[in-house]
Write a protein that binds this ligand. Structure first.
Ligand code: NAD
Ligand code: ZN
Length: 265
C-alpha cells in the first residue's frame, strides 16, 4: 500500500526517504510536468484534447485540408512553444542529474523542455517524438522546425524538398508506433533503474504507460508525483499529490542541500 496519500508535506518527506538510498534513478514524465511552463496538458480542463483533438495519421495523409489547417495552426502556435521556458520541476530534475543522482528522463512530452533545462540530450528518451523537428512522412528526411517555419510565409503547405511527400512535426500520432531507438533505450533504462520517479502523467496513454510497470517488474521502487490518481497507484511505494515544480524542488533541496539552490548548482 502506498504511503503519503494524506498530505503533501508528509508525502514529500516519505518521497525523500524513498529516493535517498536509490542509486539508479530514472524519471518518467508526462504533460503535467510542463503545465507550470504554460503548456496545457492533455486531459485537464482546457487541455489540448478538449480544444483541438490531434488528427489521425490516415486523416493527415489522405486529406490536404487537414494538412493545410495543421500548418496554419502551427505557423501561429510554434513560436510560443519554441519560446516556452522550463519550470522549477524541469530545473530540479536537471539539478539531480548534474549531482549524479538521476540517470535519464523518459518523457512522453514533445516540448523539448527537459533538454532546455539541462538534461543531457542523449539521456532524454522522447517516446512520442519532438515538436522541434519536422519530418517527411514518406522518405523520413528531417529538418529543424525553425527552418520550415521560416518558409511558411511563402509556402503555407510545405512539402519535402527531397521527394515531394507531406511534412509534419516528428511527433507520434494515433495509429503510429513509437520511435524505435528511444523506446528501446527507455525499456533498457526501466529494466536497469532502482527507482522510477513518475511526474505529471495520467499513465493512461499506451503503450508508454507500460514503462513504469516494466521498472517495477524488474525490482525498482516506484514514486508518483501527480495531481490526479493513476491506474498504477496501487504499484507505487509513494504517491505525492502535489505540484511537480514544488515537490521536485523540495526533493532536490532535501537531497542536495540548500547550498545548491535552483539554477546555481
Ligand atoms: P496527461 O495530460 O494525460 O496527464 C497529465 C497529468 O498530469 C494529469 O493526471 C494531471 O493531473 C497531472 N498534472 C497536471 N499538472 C500538474 C502539475 N503541475 N503537477 C503535478 N501533476 C500535474 O499527460 P500524459 O500522461 O503525458 O499523456 C498526454 C499525451 O499527450 C502524451 O502522449 C504527450 O505526448 C502528449 N502531450 C504532450 C505535451 C507536452 O509536450 N508538454 C502536452 C500535452 C500533451
Ligand atoms: Zn521526403
Amino acid at each position: 500500500m502506498a504511503d503519503g496519500l494524506e498530505g503533501q508535506g508528509p508525502a514529500v518527506a516519505t518521497l525523500v526517504t524513498l529516493v535517498r538510498p536509490a542509486r539508479r534513478i530514472v524519471a518518467f514524465t508526462g504533460a503535467g510536468i510542463s503545465t507550470e511552463s504554460g503548456i496545457p496538458d492533455y486531459r485537464g480542463p482546457g487541455g489540448v484534447w478538449e480544444r483541438n483533438a490531434p488528427p489521425t495519421l490516415s486523416d493527415f495523409r489522405d486529406n490536404p485540408e487537414t494538412r493545410r489547417q495543421y500548418w496554419r495552426d502551427r505557423r501561429r502556435n510554434y513560436p510560443t512553444l519554441r519560446d516556452t521556458q522550463p519550470n522549477a520541476g524541469h530545473v530540479a530534475l536537471a539539478r539531480l542529474q548534474r549531482a549524479g543522482l538521476l540517470r535519464s528522463v523518459i518523457t512522453q512530452n514533445i516540448d523539448g523542455l527537459h533538454q532546455k533545462s539541462g538534461i543531457a540530450g542523449d539521456t532524454t528518451f522522447e517516446l512520442h517524438g519532438t515538436a522541434h523537428v519536422v519530418r517527411c512522412l514518406d522518405c523520413r528526411a528531417t529538418w529543424p522546425a525553425e527552418q520550415i517555419q521560416a518558409k511558411l510565409e511563402t509556402e503555407p503547405l510545405p512539402i519535402c524538398e527531397v521527394c515531394g511527400g507531406p511534412l509534419r512535426a516528428a511527433t507520434v500520432l494515433f495509429g503510429e508506433s513509437m520511435p524505435e531507438t528511444p523506446l528501446r533505450r527507455a525499456i533498457a533504462a526501466a529494466n536497469a533503474c532502482d527507482l522510477m520517479l513518475v511526474v505529471g502523467s495520467s499513465l493512461v496513454v499506451q503503450p508508454a504507460a507500460r514503462i513504469p510497470e516494466i521498472a517495477v517488474a524488474s525490482g525498482a521502487r516506484l514514486a508518483i508525483v501527480n495531481h490526479d490518481p493513476t491506474p498504477l497507484d496501487d504499484l507505487a511505494d509513494v504517491i505525492v499529490r502535489g505540484s511537480a515544480g514544488q515537490v521536485l524542488t523540495e526533493l532536490a533541496d532535501a537531497l542536495l542541500g540548500d547550498d545548491q539552490a535552483a539554477g546555481s548548482g
